[in-house]
Ligand binder design. Structure first.
Ligand SMILES: *Cc1c(COP(=O)(O)O)cnc(C)c1O
Length: 378
């Protein structure tokens, strides 16, 4: 039996419509050319497809197409944003949080080695960073705040609009890792004074290996990859037409379906929680969360045994990146869970193809597993 996929926060399947549009950009009878080829029709057509996708993403984010820089994903976008604005500052102070993705934490650690100072804010028990915490951490030479919109393990949503207002008033750049946000919260770059924002196509039914960095007009970002001067010099490399077309269409579909999907997934989330609560010793991690992510701890069970007995469910304990090491999730530890409870936590992340039946089956499966494991140790 194929397991039920409840790991949409790790990655999503490509939307069939998106896959079809991408396939049409690969072969000789399709839009295969180099978008930088200016001397023939093939090149012009590819360029047109790339620019059309740029427009789709800009519409989804409420920004100008000229503020979009294509990258290979959110990891690269985060690197470009943080290193790219730091390069112009010679030293100084950066504010981030302890529960950022490694693609932000490791960049900050690298910059610390280069002489920059970094403050890592501790989240509230809800998994949220308050605007007051950011304000209190500001120092005289703070030039950048980098915070995620939605946490990938908990689903908790940071008050980015308020943090953007603060940063704007203090004349500090704000970078937002929005990899888990597109299609899950309303991102509005016209309303909010965000300077840099990272996204990743494979988190919203687009292809892996494709992302973008929004760079507000006037913000100076130094290139991290040098070459042919593509993307206004900020990111060189031949543009992958099929990947870009896939991202653009996926972004359009995700934002168009946002309201409807949020309502549907909220109902499924409630079903999941209502179904699991009767087990007892159940605790929901994080608060103010997106509809698609629910992180739950089960007291008095061994985490590894629990995950092993849930072979009919594709779920995550912590995030995919740290389940390889079997170290307790640093995100769960940061919001106050001890090692044992962190290990016995499961992230259920739902998506466009999740059904009520999937949730019923997940509830049955978890209930049986937890009860069996508890009976064994009782
Ligand atoms: C997935 C993810 C990333 C990394 O994105 P890639 O495109 O896979 O490099 C970064 N930050 C967050 C919050 C994520 O969820």
């Amino acid at each position: 039996m194929t397991p039920i996929y409840l790991d949409y926060a790790a990655t999503t399947p490509v939307d069939p419509q998106v896959a079809e549009a991408m396939a049409a950009c690969l072969t000789l009878d399709g839009n295969f050319a180099n978008p930088a080829s200016r001397s023939h029709r093939f090149g012009w057509m590819a360029e047109e497809a790339v620019e059309s996708a740029r427009g789709q993403l800009a519409t989804a984010l409420h920004c100008d197409s000229r503020e979009i820089v294509w990258t290979s994903g959110a990891t690269e976008a985060n690197n470009l944003a943080i290193k790219g604005v730091s390069a112009g500052k010679l030293k100084g102070h950066i504010i981030t949080s302890t529960i950022e993705h490694k693609a932000v934490l490791d960049v900050c650690a690298y910059l610390q080695q280069q002489g920059y100072r970094v403050t890592y804010l501790q989240p509230q028990a809800s998994g949220v960073i308050n605007v007051e915490q950011v304000e209190q951490a500001i120092e005289e030479d703070t030039f950048l705040v980098s915070l995620m919109y939605v946490n990938n393990e908990l689903g908790s949503i940071n008050p980015i609009p308020a943090i953007a207002q603060l940063c704007q008033a203090k004349n500090i750049l704000l970078h937002v890792d929005a990899a888990q946000a597109l299609g899950k919260v309303e991102i509005n770059l016209e309303r909010d004074a965000i300077d840099l924002l990272s996204i990743s196509a494979h988190k919203f039914y687009g292809p892996k290996g494709m992302g973008a960095l929004y760079v507000r007009r006037g913000v100076k970002v130094s290139a991290q990859i040098h070459g042919g001067g593509h993307e206004r010099g900020m990111r060189s490399g031949t543009l992958p037409t099929h990947q870009i077309v896939g991202l653009g269409l996926a972004a359009q579909i995700a934002t168009q379906q946002f309201t409807q999907e949020e309502a549907r997934l909220s109902a499924l989330k409630q079903m999941l929680i209502d179904g699991l609560m009767p087990i007892g010793g159940v605790c929901i991690n994080g608060d103010n969360t997106v509809a698609n992510i629910t992180n739950i701890s089960f007291a008095d069970v061994d985490g590894e045994s629990l995950l092993l007995s849930l072979h009919d469910l594709a779920v995550s304990s912590g995030s995919a990146c740290n389940s390889a090491t079997m170290a307790p999730s640093y995100v769960l530890k940061a919001i106050g869970l001890d090692d044992e409870l962190a290990h016995a936590s499961i992230r259920f992340s739902m998506g466009r193809f999740t059904t009520e039946n999937d949730i019923n089956q997940a509830v049955a499966s978890v209930t049986t597993a937890v009860q069996r494991l508890r009976a064994m140790t009782a």
